[in-house]
Design a protein around this ligand. Structure first.
Ligand code: SF4
Length: 149
């Protein structure tokens, strides 16, 4: 990866949002891993957070999926959905992450991101969530939901 031209990485992740800056960040991270860590990504939160473009959510995804640790990756989708459910009552993804760490059984920590990101993109969307056909409508408190489909 560190030897690939940025354009090649960009082409490979072209369907992602902001793929151009992401391609540059991926290449730079790969270069640092090669030079500073012998080509092996360290399972260390402090190292992961030192990479440009890597925040707490991304670091937790790596530690959870790649390193097998119990971690919760909370992005805008996980934050929005769990707050609409009324499962947590927090104002930022970071606070939601802390609240979920207190409340959510550990066996769900890694998979909650994989489950709720597509759910948040396609069902419990930011604007006009699809509540009328939502499979968890009868379990949801619909906190803060105004107009919906
Ligand atoms: S019922 Fe509406 S607010 Fe609740 S999870 Fe489903 S789509 Fe989201």
């Amino acid at each position: 990866m560190s030897r690939l031209p940025v354009e090649t990485i960009d082409e490979a992740i072209g369907v992602s949002t902001f793929h151009e800056p992401k391609a540059r960040q991926i290449r730079e991270i790969a270069r640092r891993i090669a030079v500073e860590h012998g080509g092996k990504l360290p399972c260390r939160n402090d190292v992961l957070l030192s990479f440009s473009g890597v925040g707490p959510k991304c670091a937790n995804l790596v530690l959870g999926i790649g390193c097998g640790e119990a971690r919760i990756g909370v992005d805008v989708h996980v934050h929005r959905v769990t707050n609409r459910w009324g499962y947590v009552q927090e104002t930022t993804p970071e606070k939601t992450m802390a609240a979920l760490e207190e409340k959510l059984p550990r066996r769900y920590w890694v998979e909650i991101n994989r489950l709720l990101v597509p759910f948040g993109k396609h069902v419990c969307t930011g604007k006009l969530p699809r509540c009328s056909t939502c499979p968890v409508l009868d379990m949801c408190r619909q906190v803060g939901v105004g107009k919906h489909r």
